[in-house]
Ligand binder design. Sequence first.
Ligand code: SAM
Length: 232
Amino acid sequence: MLRIDIITLFPQIFSGYLTQSLLAKAIAKGLIEIVVHDLRHWSTDPKHHKIDDRPYGGGPGMLIRVEPVVHCVEEVQQMADRPGLVVLLTPQGEPLRQPRVESMAQTGRILLLCGRYEGFDQRVIDILQPLELSVGDYVLNGGEVAAMIVVDSTVRMIPGVLGDEQSSWDDSFSRGNRLLEFPQYTRPPEFRGHPVPEVLLSGDHGKIAAWRDDQSRQKTLHRRSDLFKPPT
Ligand code: SAM
């Protein structure tokens, strides 16, 4: 069982996402538990529940204050019998890759901290020492979509979440294949002059495996030759 706590200023963003498809089934089967927390609940401003303030030194935008985040994380950590890995979503973090996804799936518990505005007061990072993760070299409006990417990719790794027919083993970047996946085909065997490669119709599993391996390597070489190098 993997427990994921999501800390956000916009909890409603997750309601549709968590009630659909594989995720809803995994929650219903008790394979994962996802608890969404509204950061405003930990605001030190009882009247307006503000959690942001202007940056010292000037500049545009607002920052999420340190006290609500630290208090929130400390309290949320007490809500289960073991503390979780604290992950802060930020474009400045480690680029999210499949090996990290696989290791997070085995931690048992993760807390995801979603930023907004110009991000967090630096002391959130200094005090909580989170794992800082980025979902790509671009800037989102908030950490919620990034958190969904972490949830979606991690949950796939929990045994029982995918049926056998949807095994992640052969997926691009995955354990059985750190390369890009080979091309796949289904019926019909020919469409608008585009036939399915003959080897896939041959029934010869050895040949099919060799063809797929070769296709996978060629595709990776052309599109992502960096994947052949060990990660830095
Ligand atoms: N001022 C910040 C900077 O330049 O690094 C960007 C803040 S962004 C507008 C607001 C929030 O969106 C961030 O605190 C973070 O939680 C989230 N976010 C934006 N881009 C992201 C990315 N590529 N990966 C992960 N989280 C991201």
